[in-house]
Ligand binder design. Sequence first.
Ligand code: URA
Length: 215
Amino acid sequence: MSLNVLDRPFAKHILTQLRSVDTDQVNFRKNMVRLGRILGYEIADSLGSVEVEVQTPLARTKGTVIDSLDRVVIVNVLRAATPLVEGLLKAFPSARQGVVVAKRIERSGSAPPAEMDVEIHYSRIPSIRAEDIVIVADPMLATASTVLKVIGLVEKQGTPKALYVVCVIASKYGIERLVTSKKNIRVFAVQVDPVLDERGYIVPGLGDAGDRAFG
Ligand code: URA
């Protein structure tokens, strides 16, 4: 597993708006879309490019092409990932899309949960081909239980060339769990937060991303 934490003051600025308890639903959603777009561009930069020749109206010159842009499949983990996916689609307008309706079952204990029960209510993911780039979008990587379950569903559809997990905030524990899973995943996050509380929420985090985006 590799971890890429964005080192961009602009992304951190938007994250700060998302974290603030004073940010209302509309601005929360708008800022999630903006981060999706930035994360999408970062992923696009990591896909590898080739030099090509291009003819302008005036001359021939060198250009750059990212071949895999047409091979992207985005998996939207409903409902919280919807605004993030809207932003990712600005970077990958021709992406094929899958959806997974996942619900984590929250229980209050006295210690942070090692994993969460996750109910999958619906899953529809396109067939994955060997040249595909799959991006699983889930804004909050807390215990990683949801993402691991979704990755299992992706794997049933085929083995992609690369598998990305894109989130806004990852917990340190969630990252450790993905490392332990030994899966070949590239994680892109805006921030890693240190703590999980006893309900499985990331602290300081930003609260419940789905509730805040959907009111
Ligand atoms: N899901 C959220 O929306 N927030 C968290 O902190 C953890 C999971």
